[in-house]
Design a protein around this ligand. Sequence first.
Ligand SMILES: CC(C)(COP(=O)(O)OP(=O)(O)OC[C@H]1O[C@@H](n2cnc3c(N)ncnc32)[C@H](O)[C@@H]1OP(=O)(O)O)[C@@H](O)C(=O)NCCC(=O)NCCS
Length: 146
Amino acid sequence: MSSDSPDLTIRLMDATDLRRGFLAALSVLKPIELTDEEAILVFRDRMQARIQTYVALIDDRIAGTASLFIEPKFIHKGGIVGHIEDVAVHPAFQKHGVGGALVRHILQVSRDAGCYKVILDCDAKVIPFYEKLGFHQWEHALRIDL
Ligand SMILES: CC(C)(COP(=O)(O)OP(=O)(O)OC[C@H]1O[C@@H](n2cnc3c(N)ncnc32)[C@H](O)[C@@H]1OP(=O)(O)O)[C@@H](O)C(=O)NCCC(=O)NCCS
């Protein structure tokens, strides 16, 4: 499945996207301490875990990325939940609609898969970005470092 406008394509990642600047786009979140070869191994593990990595391309360069994990639950009568992870747009492409297009694409994939909700954790400074896409603040995020 892909979303296309004249200059923006959104599709599932493949390994060749490492040559199109995938890690550079993702590194807006955190420095990526992986070689391309190591990143391919991580990509394989993610595919085995059924994590869907989407990329947004402009002129065959990776402008941004976002990931989706679909979780079947015992509660809610076996309902399924979408988890959005790692939404990142390369600084050169920010504020041009790429992040919004990626999240809307993932929401449509989640709707088509039958998810009853989609959730994510984010930094407080990007809450307005997600609210513009229809999200509302809900519960709290916690973590423990192991
Ligand atoms: C946050 C991020 C994904 C947004 O992507 P983007 O392509 O720049 O966003 P868009 O151009 O699609 O913006 C969509 C709307 O959200 C707004 N918006 C974007 N980033 C925003 C921010 N940080 N704070 C408030 N509003 C924001 C835009 O102004 C736009 O509003 P409009 O529709 O009224 O014009 C991108 O800036 C980014 O990668 N930031 C660094 C990493 C990060 O924080 N990721 C989120 C991890 S959860």
